[in-house]
Design a protein around this ligand. Structure first.
Ligand SMILES: Cc1cc2nc3c(=O)[nH]c(=O)nc-3n(C[C@H](O)[C@H](O)[C@H](O)COP(=O)(O)OP(=O)(O)OC[C@H]3O[C@@H](n4cnc5c(N)ncnc54)[C@H](O)[C@@H]3O)c2cc1C
Length: 560
């Protein structure tokens, strides 16, 4: 290993490799370390199809406006997009419904592009090798620790590099066991800790703010093979279904352009299927009963493999604060902020970190000043991202108050007065505005927080104003009526309230027995994230008949 001083990047995930690209572009020399082995070839078809038995080992990353812009700035979007599949809309099955509701996105300035995480890593790795030529070195199977952060004037960062040997057996089989047999010490001018949610380096940089996970979900990924030329399965949609009791949640995105999909099955911890070595027959029965539309897409062989494999945990909500640097070491990506991936912001925001860092280094060189500047730009963003995302993930009534109710309110107010009230938070996280040069840029997470806070103030002011005006009008009317009837204001007020109350009660009683009750109309509709009403299809009364028609279709496809 060379002793020449360079930038050392710890972690060859999306953040580490993108950082390497940005710094190579500026003419720096880069060394990249990862505990794992060399990334796989993103173009190797043997790895990526459901039949090859590989897809269930990976999960997919959706790249939205944030990630795509960052990769364009790094000059690699053309390459990465070769391995992506586009997603133009969603098809959702609400609990128990037979037919999904399809919605094509028309409100986004970009098309979401999806690819397996390991394909993204493979593509970035190839680009780093190409761009780096003699200026980049990779060390796989190495675990790096920071011993000295180079805080004192003129000091370098001190690292130790150890071998990582995959455990041959036991509960951590295949995972990295660090051995200190061949420990190498290194000094470095500047270090980027992109070591993911494990964040061993971040712990020594600043305080880790972690939230207790009160809504634990674990997941297994399932490869699906979608039929060709079937109007029920448009290969450019994000499919999702869930059960009303919150037990099952399935979300599927395209893993290739050939109808290979990768579904993430989210389960509660105590679910009988949420374990390694689950019973594949029970899993099949559950799928047939609860998610028959997906069951038909999973062969018995795949079902067995999925039931057998270990479960994975979603990352928990954490961020480091108040800074993302110490001396000449910066922390970015999942190491700096981790969120559950429901809204596809982890890798996208990690790539935004990378652009912020390369801008700081461009201005201030590989210095403590650049590291400090990076903290100023991104520490607030890390905090805002995690706090926003956590608000979307509270259980029960708290979830209603922090997630559903704000969505409903925003749907109503933005629908009524779109110039005065912004769309809901999820839409705002995906929305963009134009900067001074006319380029479309996403709102920062801190901007979204303050826009939504201001919206709440305006909503409260509007509601109070309307209630006040109604109160005043009612008081005037009561006064007039009392004079007319020669009764006191109080007795007229009580009498009118009783008439109103019994009138409403009678209307409700009547309407609950009529064919078109308000409740039924509500039950037949639901709103999308923009508050627009979408119709819900008829209830699943007999899954068996659906399964029969699904199996018939499968037989026809198989030529049987
Ligand atoms: C199921 C699922 C779905 C997701 N979907 C999306 C999505 O749609 N959109 C989105 O934007 N994000 C998504 N994410 C989040 C996304 O995967 C992460 O945000 C992203 O991978 C973070 O990249 P990273 O490089 O910071 O960290 P990682 O990808 O975790 O990479 C860290 C690397 O560092 C290495 N490492 C760790 N410690 C050391 C050490 N001490 N020495 C050397 N190497 C080390 C690890 O081996 C690893 O290769 C999803 C995540 C999950 C789990």
């Amino acid at each position: 290993m060379s002793l020449e001083a360079t930038v050392d990047v710890i972690g060859a995930g999306p953040s580490g490799l993108a950082t390497a690209l940005g710094l190579l572009e500026q003419g720096h020399k880069v060394k990249v370390y990862d505990r794992l082995g060399e990334p796989v070839d993103p173009a190797d078809p043997k790895i990526w199809s459901a039949e090859a038995g590989g897809v269930e080992k990976f999960y997919l990353i959706g790249l939205g406006g944030r990630g795509q812009k960052a990769l364009k700035d790094l000059g690699v979007w053309d390459k990465v997009s070769e391995y992506c599949s586009e997603v133009v809309g969603r098809k959702d099955w609400s609990p128990g419904s037979e037919e999904g509701v399809e919605r094509i996105f028309t409100d986004r300035p970009y098309t979401t592009m999806v690819l397996p995480r390991d394909k993204l890593v493979g593509a970035l790795y190839q680009e780093v090798l190409k761009k780096g030529d003699g200026d980049v070195e990779f060390f796989f199977g190495k675990d790096v620790e920071v011993i000295d952060f180079g805080e004192a004037e003129g000091n370098s960062v001190q690292l130790t590099v150890n071998d990582c040997v995959p455990a041959a057996s036991g509960p951590n089989e295949g995972e990295c066991d660090v051995t200190t047999v061949n420990t190498v010490k290194r000094s470095s001018d500047f270090v980027v800790a992109a070591d993911g949610a494990g964040r061993s380096i971040a712990e020594k940089v600043a305080t880790i703010e972690k939230y207790v996970d009160d809504n634990v979900r674990i997941y297994k990924t399932i490869p699906l093979k979608l039929p060709a030329d079937d109007k029920d399965w448009n290969w450019k949609l994000n499919f999702s279904a869930r059960t009303g009791d919150g037990r099952f949640n399935l979300d599927a995105l395209p893993a290739s352009k050939n109808g290979d999909y990768c579904a993430v099955m989210l389960l509660k911890e105590d679910d009988p299927l949420a374990k390694e070595g689950a019973d594949p027959d029970v899993m099949r029965e559950d799928f047939d009963r609860i998610l028959p539309q997906f069951s038909q897409l999973i062969s018995d062989d795949v079902m067995k493999r999925v039931a057998a494999k270990p479960v994975s945990r979603l990352p928990s909500f954490r961020y480091i604060y108040p800074r993302l640097h110490r001396g000449k070491v910066v922390v970015l990506g999942d190491a700096a902020h981790s969120v559950k991936p429901y809204f596809g912001l982890g890798a996208n925001s990690a790539l935004e970190d990378v652009i912020a860092l390369t801008d700081c280094v461009k201005e201030r060189g590989l210095s403590c000043g650049a590291a400090e500047e990076f903290s100023k730009k991104r520490a607030g963003e890390a905090k805002a991202l995690v706090k926003l995302s956590r608000g979307f993930d509270r259980p029960g009534k708290l979830g209603f108050a922090t997630f559903i109710l704000p969505l409903i309110l925003d749907g109503i107010f933005h629908g009524m007065l779109p110039k005065l009230f912004s769309p809901n938070t999820i839409a705002m996280l995906q929305a963009s505005r134009t900067d001074s040069s006319g380029e479309a840029i996403s709102y920062t997470f801190q901007e979204v927080v303050s826009i939504k806070r201001f919206d709440r103030v305006k909503q409260a002011a509007l509601v109070s104003g309307v209630l006040y005006a109604m109160g005043k009008t009612a008081s005037l009317c009561l006064g007039g009526l009392a004079t007319l009837l020669r009764r006191s204001k109080l007795s007229v007020g009580i009498a009118s309230s009783l008439v109103l109350f019994f009138g409403l009660a009678a209307r409700r009683f009547y309407s609950s027995f009529s064919d078109n009750s308000a409740g039924e109309v509500l039950a037949k509709t639901e709103t999308d994230i923009n508050g627009k009403k979408i119709s819900k299809k008829k209830k699943f009364e007999d899954n068996e008949s659906f399964m029969m028609s699904a199996r018939q279709k499968q037989r026809e496809r198989d030529g049987g």
